[in-house]
Design a protein. Structure first.
Length: 166
């Protein structure tokens, strides 16, 4: 009797261990947002529908006053790999080419290597899709961005959305 109780307990423990190590977990399909972006300049969370029909979240407004720039800066809240096929899309309305901004997204490898840089400008296209699925290697990257006002209005609103290719 004592041997069968020990055997049963051992069987339960081993089953739990193997389930946790090799088991699969089923997840429901998630929305297009993979994770959020953090920035220090966003004052209120608001959304807008862009010209492409997608909903974008407000990040902040890049401004400048003479030679002093106040960019919208931030980072993606999780590390990514190229295999995740993440896209960060910025919508920056240009207000008849008065609210011009230029931005740079940096993918910084966590284990050393070359920093990948992606630049965009909202002069002719207000929506800029930064495709991060072509990052080299298999390591993880931290994603940072800076967006500066360069137009005659000295400011420009910045919105974003994140999606993942399936």
């Amino acid at each position: 009797m004592l041997k069968s109780k020990k055997f049963f307990r051992l069987s339960v423990v081993l089953t739990l261990i193997f389930t946790m190590l090799f088991g699969t977990t089923a997840f429901a399909k998630e929305a297009s947002v993979v994770a959020s972006i953090e920035t220090s300049s966003a004052s209120a969370s608001s959304t807008i529908v862009g010209p492409d029909g997608y909903t974008y979240t407000y990040l902040g407004t890049a401004t400048r006053n003479g030679a002093t720039n106040y960019p919208v800066e931030g980072h993606y809240t999780q590390l990514i790999t190229a295999s995740q096929k993440v896209h960060i899309v910025f919508y920056c309305p240009n207000n008849n080419r008065k609210d011009l901004v230029q931005g740079e997204v940096e993918a910084i490898p966590m284990m050393g290597g070359t920093v990948e840089k992606y630049s965009f400008l909202n002069y002719s296209n207000e929506v800029s899709d930064i495709n991060l699925s072509n990052l080299p290697g298999t390591g993880q990257y931290r994603i940072d961005f800076s967006i500066y006002a360069i137009g005659t209005s000295n400011s420009g609103a910045v919105y974003y959305r994140v999606y993942q290719d399936i």
